[in-house]
Design a binder for this molecule. Sequence first.
Ligand code: DQA
Length: 150
Amino acid sequence: MPDTKILVLHGPNLNLLGSREPEIYGRDTLADIDARTSSLAAELGVTVEARQSNHEGELVTWIQQAGAEGFHAVVINAGAYTHTSVAVRDALSASDLPAIEVHLSNIHKREEFRRTSLISEVVVGQIAGFGPQSYLLALRAAVQLGAKDK
Ligand code: DQA
């Protein structure tokens, strides 16, 4: 699948990984996670591009443009926007690309407000609770979906 291109989106506060509540999110920085994701992508023979934003509208724009930019699937950790953003949900819903929802923590065993994801209904599936490994599992799934949809 040499031409498969996967877009990895990280939402708000994920730029703080490494120092942000390490007992929940671990000690790996976002750069560490992106490096592991890139190295798995190289192993799988696909291209991955990772972007982070603290801004809802920027995430929406990236989702809207992903198809035209040549991506085949989207992996998204929308951070807190998972629980609040109708705009991110609508952008994923409007996109023709398959998307996979990712969380480092298991949102279903945390505070009540984290148990609701507004995006779960419009993605192919959710991977949560495996720390940085969540991204690697999602990348493998995205490669399958992206290749299948081509
Ligand atoms: C998170 C879980 C969200 O509830 C939280 O707001 C985040 C990170 C996760 O990866 O576990 O920012 O998406």
